[in-house]
Design a protein. Structure first.
Length: 273
């Protein structure tokens, strides 16, 4: 498929090595400011994808992110933050990267070029037609991801994609494609920059919106967050005090720690009254 590979177009800036530190920072920031505007244009596409994910997950399905390099790492970051933020089980949102866990810290050469491996990696998790698989690739051409999405389609598994070029092969392979065209990178072809930022913003929107649809947020509070450190315990105590109009910090803390979450603590307190 012929398409315009905007992510590989030459930077609008030249002779970066001759710029002062201040000039570099100002110009990078100038380019970064265009990213949210590009994401805004993709909201109708993101909305469709979020809706189908929420439906599948309410019916017992899972969400998979798949990518290579920066894209894969961003998916893993978003997946790994869902349990502590929203109190969902590990394994409900799963990030998979070409080259396996070793590729999280260090690039695994040519891992993204294997068109069969993505589907094999999905099968390790017992992927089914209850799940949703989202392929992430700035270029939209990563064989590892495209191959996995194509196999998902053959097996009736719902798919989405996030790319930063228009009308990409990954979009053609996905049921619900999202295309955020941010334009040429500050450093030509360095998609860890604007493209990576765009992907992170979209992932934030997807996971947060889905978790709200699943009832994991009340008002604007993370009432199901895991109490995994003192900062989060303190935040939970203050949330509990506010919600229940309690004035004794230690009483609220005991109630919270016994229940395990703000939501459960509120339910236990109201049941005991």
């Amino acid at each position: 498929m012929a398409f315009e590979k905007v992510t590989e177009q030459e930077s609008h800036y030249h002779h970066l090595e001759k710029m002062s530190i201040q000039e570099l920072l100002i110009n990078i920031n100038k380019e970064d400011q265009t990213v949210p505007l590009a994401v805004a244009k993709a909201i109708p596409q993101i909305e469709k994808l979020v809706a189908v994910i929420a439906d599948r997950m309410l019916a017992g399905g899972r969400l998979f992110y798949m990518g290579a390099g920066t894209s894969g790492r961003l998916g893993i970051v978003d997946a790994s933050e869902c349990p502590p933020t929203f109190g969902v089980p590990h394994g409900l949102v799963i990030g998979i990267i070409a080259g396996g866990d070793a590729a999280i810290r260090k690039a695994v050469e040519f891992a993204e070029d294997n068109k069969e491996q993505g589907w094999k990696d999905l099968q390790e998790f017992g992927v089914t037609d209850k799940d949703v698989v989202i392929g992430i690739a700035a270029s939209g051409t990563t064989p590892y991801v495209i191959g996995a999405l194509e196999q998902c389609r053959r097996h009736g598994i719902t798919t989405g994609s996030i790319s930063c070029n228009p009308e990409t092969p990954i979009s053609a392979a996905a049921d619900f494609p999202v295309e955020v065209v941010v334009g040429p990178e500050f450093v030509t072809g360095s998609t860890r920059m604007k493209s990576g930022t765009a992907q992170k913003l979209v992932l934030n929107m997807i996971s947060t919106s889905v978790m709200i649809q699943l009832g994991r947020v009340e008002d604007n509070k993370m009432v199901n967050m895991q109490l995994s450190n003192e900062k989060l315990v303190d935040r939970g105590v203050k949330m509990l005090m506010q919600q229940l109009s309690l004035t004794d910090y230690e009483e609220a803390q005991r109630l919270l720690l016994k229940a395990g979450s703000v939501k459960k603590a509120v339910e236990a307190y109201e049941k005991a009254r």
